[in-house]
Write a protein that binds this ligand. Sequence first.
Ligand code: ATR
Length: 271
Amino acid sequence: MNKYCVIGYPIKHSLSPKIFNRWFKKFKIPAQYRTVEVAPRNLAKFMRSFRENYAGANVTIPHKERLLRFLDKLSPEAKKIGAVNVIVNQRGKLVGYNTDCHGAMEALASDSRLCASHFSKFLRNKKVVVLGAGGAARAIVYGLKKAGARITILNRTVSRAKKLAKEFKCDYGKLEDFDVRNCDLIVNATSVGMCSVETPLPRLKIALKNCKKKPVVMDIIYSPRMTKLLRDAKRTGCKIITGDKMFFAQAAKTFELWTGKNFPLKSCLLW
Ligand code: ATR
Protein backbone atom coordinates (compact mmCIF):
# COMPACT_ATOMS: atom_id res chain seq x y z
CA MET A 1 0.00 0.00 0.00
CA ASN A 2 1.53 3.33 -1.08
CA LYS A 3 1.53 6.08 1.51
CA TYR A 4 1.00 9.76 0.67
CA CYS A 5 0.65 12.82 2.88
CA VAL A 6 0.35 16.57 2.99
CA ILE A 7 3.07 18.35 4.95
CA GLY A 8 2.26 21.74 6.47
CA TYR A 9 2.04 23.88 9.57
CA PRO A 10 -0.77 24.36 10.43
CA ILE A 11 -2.46 21.56 8.50
CA LYS A 12 -5.75 20.70 10.22
CA HIS A 13 -7.78 22.72 7.69
CA SER A 14 -6.57 20.61 4.76
CA LEU A 15 -9.17 18.93 2.57
CA SER A 16 -6.53 16.86 0.80
CA PRO A 17 -6.86 13.61 2.83
CA LYS A 18 -10.61 13.53 2.24
CA ILE A 19 -10.23 14.18 -1.49
CA PHE A 20 -7.28 11.94 -2.26
CA ASN A 21 -8.53 8.99 -0.18
CA ARG A 22 -11.83 9.26 -2.01
CA TRP A 23 -10.12 9.42 -5.40
CA PHE A 24 -7.82 6.47 -4.60
CA LYS A 25 -10.88 4.44 -3.65
CA LYS A 26 -12.77 5.49 -6.76
CA PHE A 27 -9.88 4.44 -9.01
CA LYS A 28 -9.23 1.26 -6.94
CA ILE A 29 -5.68 2.34 -6.15
CA PRO A 30 -4.29 0.73 -2.99
CA ALA A 31 -3.02 3.89 -1.29
CA GLN A 32 -3.48 5.90 1.87
CA TYR A 33 -3.24 9.66 2.38
CA ARG A 34 -2.92 11.59 5.64
CA THR A 35 -1.94 14.96 7.06
CA VAL A 36 1.42 15.39 8.77
CA GLU A 37 1.94 18.53 10.80
CA VAL A 38 5.60 19.44 10.49
CA ALA A 39 6.88 22.59 12.17
CA PRO A 40 9.67 24.35 10.24
CA ARG A 41 12.27 23.31 12.85
CA ASN A 42 11.34 19.62 12.32
CA LEU A 43 11.32 19.64 8.51
CA ALA A 44 14.87 18.30 8.06
CA LYS A 45 14.22 15.44 10.48
CA PHE A 46 10.91 14.57 8.80
CA MET A 47 12.48 14.60 5.33
CA ARG A 48 15.21 12.17 6.44
CA SER A 49 12.59 9.46 6.97
CA PHE A 50 10.32 10.51 4.09
CA ARG A 51 12.18 8.64 1.34
CA GLU A 52 11.66 5.24 3.00
CA ASN A 53 8.09 5.83 4.10
CA TYR A 54 6.18 7.77 1.46
CA ALA A 55 5.44 7.45 -2.25
CA GLY A 56 4.66 11.15 -2.48
CA ALA A 57 3.39 14.25 -0.74
CA ASN A 58 1.69 17.58 -1.08
CA VAL A 59 3.51 20.51 0.41
CA THR A 60 1.72 23.48 1.86
CA ILE A 61 2.21 26.51 4.12
CA PRO A 62 4.97 27.34 5.04
CA HIS A 63 7.23 24.75 3.35
CA LYS A 64 6.81 25.30 -0.40
CA GLU A 65 10.13 27.10 -0.77
CA ARG A 66 12.18 25.71 2.11
CA LEU A 67 11.56 22.12 1.01
CA LEU A 68 13.55 22.51 -2.22
CA ARG A 69 16.85 21.74 -0.52
CA PHE A 70 15.66 18.25 0.50
CA LEU A 71 14.81 17.15 -3.04
CA ASP A 72 16.99 15.36 -5.59
CA LYS A 73 15.45 16.91 -8.68
CA LEU A 74 12.94 19.56 -9.74
CA SER A 75 10.63 19.64 -12.75
CA PRO A 76 11.62 22.46 -15.13
CA GLU A 77 8.57 24.46 -14.08
CA ALA A 78 9.16 24.03 -10.33
CA LYS A 79 12.74 25.16 -10.91
CA LYS A 80 11.61 28.34 -12.67
CA ILE A 81 8.96 29.03 -10.01
CA GLY A 82 11.28 28.33 -7.09
CA ALA A 83 8.63 26.46 -5.09
CA VAL A 84 7.07 22.99 -4.98
CA ASN A 85 3.71 21.75 -3.79
CA VAL A 86 4.14 18.12 -4.86
CA ILE A 87 6.82 15.49 -4.22
CA VAL A 88 7.00 12.26 -6.20
CA ASN A 89 9.21 9.51 -4.79
CA GLN A 90 10.55 7.93 -7.99
CA ARG A 91 12.24 4.74 -6.70
CA GLY A 92 14.03 6.55 -3.91
CA LYS A 93 14.64 9.76 -5.85
CA LEU A 94 12.59 12.72 -4.60
CA VAL A 95 11.33 14.87 -7.45
CA GLY A 96 9.59 18.22 -6.82
CA TYR A 97 6.76 19.52 -9.00
CA ASN A 98 4.55 22.56 -8.98
CA THR A 99 0.86 22.06 -9.76
CA ASP A 100 -0.20 25.31 -8.03
CA CYS A 101 0.53 27.32 -11.15
CA HIS A 102 -1.63 25.01 -13.28
CA GLY A 103 -4.36 25.12 -10.61
CA ALA A 104 -4.39 28.90 -10.40
CA MET A 105 -4.47 29.35 -14.17
CA GLU A 106 -7.31 26.83 -14.50
CA ALA A 107 -9.24 28.70 -11.80
CA LEU A 108 -8.76 31.97 -13.66
CA ALA A 109 -9.71 30.39 -16.97
CA SER A 110 -12.88 28.98 -15.44
CA ASP A 111 -14.18 32.48 -14.91
CA SER A 112 -16.41 33.45 -17.83
CA ARG A 113 -15.14 37.03 -17.89
CA LEU A 114 -11.64 35.70 -18.33
CA CYS A 115 -12.96 33.43 -21.09
CA ALA A 116 -11.10 30.12 -21.15
CA SER A 117 -10.05 29.97 -24.80
CA HIS A 118 -8.83 33.56 -24.90
CA PHE A 119 -7.44 33.37 -21.42
CA SER A 120 -3.88 34.43 -22.14
CA LYS A 121 -5.12 37.20 -24.37
CA PHE A 122 -7.36 38.48 -21.62
CA LEU A 123 -4.54 38.72 -19.14
CA ARG A 124 -2.13 40.39 -21.54
CA ASN A 125 -1.27 43.83 -20.19
CA LYS A 126 -3.93 43.57 -17.49
CA LYS A 127 -3.13 45.08 -14.14
CA VAL A 128 -2.98 42.37 -11.49
CA VAL A 129 -2.27 42.74 -7.78
CA VAL A 130 -0.90 39.61 -6.10
CA LEU A 131 -1.13 39.63 -2.31
CA GLY A 132 1.66 37.58 -0.72
CA ALA A 133 5.19 36.61 -1.67
CA GLY A 134 5.47 33.03 -0.41
CA GLY A 135 5.59 29.78 -2.34
CA ALA A 136 2.00 29.97 -3.53
CA ALA A 137 2.46 33.56 -4.71
CA ARG A 138 5.56 32.47 -6.67
CA ALA A 139 3.55 29.95 -8.69
CA ILE A 140 0.82 32.48 -9.42
CA VAL A 141 3.21 35.28 -10.36
CA TYR A 142 5.02 32.89 -12.72
CA GLY A 143 1.75 31.90 -14.45
CA LEU A 144 0.45 35.45 -14.70
CA LYS A 145 3.73 36.74 -16.02
CA LYS A 146 3.75 34.08 -18.73
CA ALA A 147 0.24 35.24 -19.70
CA GLY A 148 1.55 38.79 -20.08
CA ALA A 149 -0.05 40.45 -17.04
CA ARG A 150 1.38 43.57 -15.39
CA ILE A 151 1.88 42.51 -11.81
CA THR A 152 2.26 44.32 -8.51
CA ILE A 153 3.24 42.11 -5.56
CA LEU A 154 2.15 43.35 -2.14
CA ASN A 155 3.36 41.62 1.00
CA ARG A 156 3.54 42.15 4.75
CA THR A 157 7.30 41.63 4.59
CA VAL A 158 8.37 44.00 1.84
CA SER A 159 11.86 42.49 1.42
CA ARG A 160 10.22 39.24 0.33
CA ALA A 161 7.98 41.07 -2.16
CA LYS A 162 11.05 42.91 -3.48
CA LYS A 163 12.97 39.67 -4.03
CA LEU A 164 10.10 38.03 -5.91
CA ALA A 165 9.39 41.20 -7.92
CA LYS A 166 13.01 41.43 -8.97
CA GLU A 167 13.03 37.82 -10.19
CA PHE A 168 9.87 38.19 -12.25
CA LYS A 169 10.19 41.86 -13.21
CA CYS A 170 7.13 43.12 -11.33
CA ASP A 171 6.32 46.10 -9.11
CA TYR A 172 6.09 45.58 -5.39
CA GLY A 173 5.06 47.17 -2.11
CA LYS A 174 3.46 46.49 1.23
CA LEU A 175 -0.16 45.43 1.72
CA GLU A 176 -1.09 48.94 2.89
CA ASP A 177 0.02 50.31 -0.51
CA PHE A 178 -2.96 48.64 -2.19
CA ASP A 179 -4.54 50.89 -4.82
CA VAL A 180 -7.68 49.64 -6.52
CA ARG A 181 -7.58 52.15 -9.39
CA ASN A 182 -7.31 50.50 -12.81
CA CYS A 183 -6.90 47.13 -11.17
CA ASP A 184 -8.30 44.24 -13.25
CA LEU A 185 -7.59 41.32 -10.95
CA ILE A 186 -6.65 40.81 -7.30
CA VAL A 187 -5.30 37.40 -6.19
CA ASN A 188 -4.88 36.61 -2.51
CA ALA A 189 -1.93 34.26 -2.09
CA THR A 190 -1.40 35.00 1.60
CA SER A 191 -2.73 32.74 4.34
CA VAL A 192 -4.81 35.57 5.82
CA GLY A 193 -8.43 34.46 6.04
CA MET A 194 -7.64 30.76 6.40
CA CYS A 195 -9.91 29.38 9.11
CA SER A 196 -10.58 32.95 10.26
CA VAL A 197 -12.57 36.08 9.43
CA GLU A 198 -9.52 38.18 8.69
CA THR A 199 -8.74 39.80 5.37
CA PRO A 200 -5.42 40.89 3.89
CA LEU A 201 -7.18 44.05 2.62
CA PRO A 202 -9.30 45.50 5.46
CA ARG A 203 -10.01 48.66 3.42
CA LEU A 204 -11.11 46.90 0.23
CA LYS A 205 -14.83 47.55 0.69
CA ILE A 206 -14.31 51.29 1.17
CA ALA A 207 -11.89 51.47 -1.75
CA LEU A 208 -14.29 49.66 -4.07
CA LYS A 209 -17.41 51.56 -3.15
CA ASN A 210 -16.77 54.53 -5.41
CA CYS A 211 -14.78 52.60 -7.96
CA LYS A 212 -16.46 52.29 -11.37
CA LYS A 213 -14.24 49.55 -12.73
CA LYS A 214 -14.52 46.53 -10.45
CA PRO A 215 -11.68 44.01 -10.42
CA VAL A 216 -12.14 40.24 -10.39
CA VAL A 217 -11.08 38.97 -6.95
CA MET A 218 -9.65 35.50 -6.49
CA ASP A 219 -8.68 33.81 -3.23
CA ILE A 220 -6.53 30.69 -3.04
CA ILE A 221 -7.91 29.90 0.43
CA TYR A 222 -10.65 27.26 0.24
CA SER A 223 -11.40 26.88 3.96
CA PRO A 224 -13.66 28.78 4.39
CA ARG A 225 -14.82 28.88 0.77
CA MET A 226 -16.25 32.39 1.18
CA THR A 227 -13.41 34.26 2.85
CA LYS A 228 -13.88 37.74 4.26
CA LEU A 229 -11.95 39.10 1.27
CA LEU A 230 -14.35 37.44 -1.17
CA ARG A 231 -17.42 38.48 0.81
CA ASP A 232 -16.27 42.11 0.82
CA ALA A 233 -15.53 41.94 -2.90
CA LYS A 234 -18.88 40.36 -3.76
CA ARG A 235 -20.82 42.88 -1.67
CA THR A 236 -19.27 45.71 -3.64
CA GLY A 237 -20.14 44.14 -6.98
CA CYS A 238 -16.93 42.33 -7.92
CA LYS A 239 -16.85 39.01 -9.65
CA ILE A 240 -15.14 36.45 -7.40
CA ILE A 241 -13.25 33.18 -7.89
CA THR A 242 -13.29 30.90 -4.84
CA GLY A 243 -10.26 28.90 -3.70
CA ASP A 244 -11.83 25.49 -4.29
CA LYS A 245 -11.36 25.97 -8.06
CA MET A 246 -7.59 26.16 -7.74
CA PHE A 247 -7.56 23.47 -5.07
CA PHE A 248 -9.32 20.86 -7.24
CA ALA A 249 -7.35 21.72 -10.38
CA GLN A 250 -3.98 21.37 -8.61
CA ALA A 251 -5.14 18.19 -6.85
CA ALA A 252 -6.21 16.60 -10.14
CA LYS A 253 -2.82 17.37 -11.69
CA THR A 254 -1.12 15.96 -8.58
CA PHE A 255 -3.15 12.76 -8.84
CA GLU A 256 -1.95 12.35 -12.44
CA LEU A 257 1.67 12.79 -11.38
CA TRP A 258 1.37 10.14 -8.67
CA THR A 259 -0.72 7.55 -10.48
CA GLY A 260 -0.17 8.21 -14.18
CA LYS A 261 -3.96 8.24 -14.53
CA ASN A 262 -5.66 10.90 -16.56
CA PHE A 263 -8.02 12.58 -14.18
CA PRO A 264 -11.62 13.39 -15.25
CA LEU A 265 -11.94 16.34 -12.86
CA LYS A 266 -15.45 17.32 -13.88
CA SER A 267 -16.97 13.96 -12.97
CA CYS A 268 -15.19 13.92 -9.62
CA LEU A 269 -16.06 17.36 -8.39
CA LEU A 270 -18.78 16.05 -6.10
CA TRP A 271 -16.81 14.80 -3.19
P1 ATR B 1 3.14 29.38 1.04
O1 ATR B 1 4.44 28.79 0.62
O2 ATR B 1 2.05 28.37 1.18
O3 ATR B 1 2.75 30.54 0.18
P2 ATR B 1 4.43 31.00 2.99
O4 ATR B 1 5.67 30.93 2.19
O5 ATR B 1 4.50 30.84 4.48
O6 ATR B 1 3.39 29.90 2.54
O7 ATR B 1 3.69 32.35 2.62
C1 ATR B 1 2.59 32.82 3.32
C2 ATR B 1 2.24 34.21 2.82
O8 ATR B 1 1.18 34.72 3.65
C3 ATR B 1 3.38 35.21 2.92
O9 ATR B 1 3.25 36.16 1.90
C4 ATR B 1 3.12 35.84 4.29
O10 ATR B 1 3.67 37.11 4.45
P3 ATR B 1 5.16 37.29 5.02
O11 ATR B 1 6.10 37.04 3.87
O12 ATR B 1 5.20 38.67 5.53
O13 ATR B 1 5.32 36.26 6.12
C5 ATR B 1 1.62 35.94 4.26
N1 ATR B 1 1.06 36.05 5.61
C6 ATR B 1 0.98 35.08 6.55
N2 ATR B 1 0.40 35.57 7.68
C7 ATR B 1 0.12 36.88 7.43
C8 ATR B 1 -0.51 37.93 8.19
N3 ATR B 1 -0.95 37.73 9.42
N4 ATR B 1 -0.63 39.15 7.60
C9 ATR B 1 -0.19 39.36 6.35
N5 ATR B 1 0.39 38.42 5.57
C10 ATR B 1 0.55 37.19 6.11
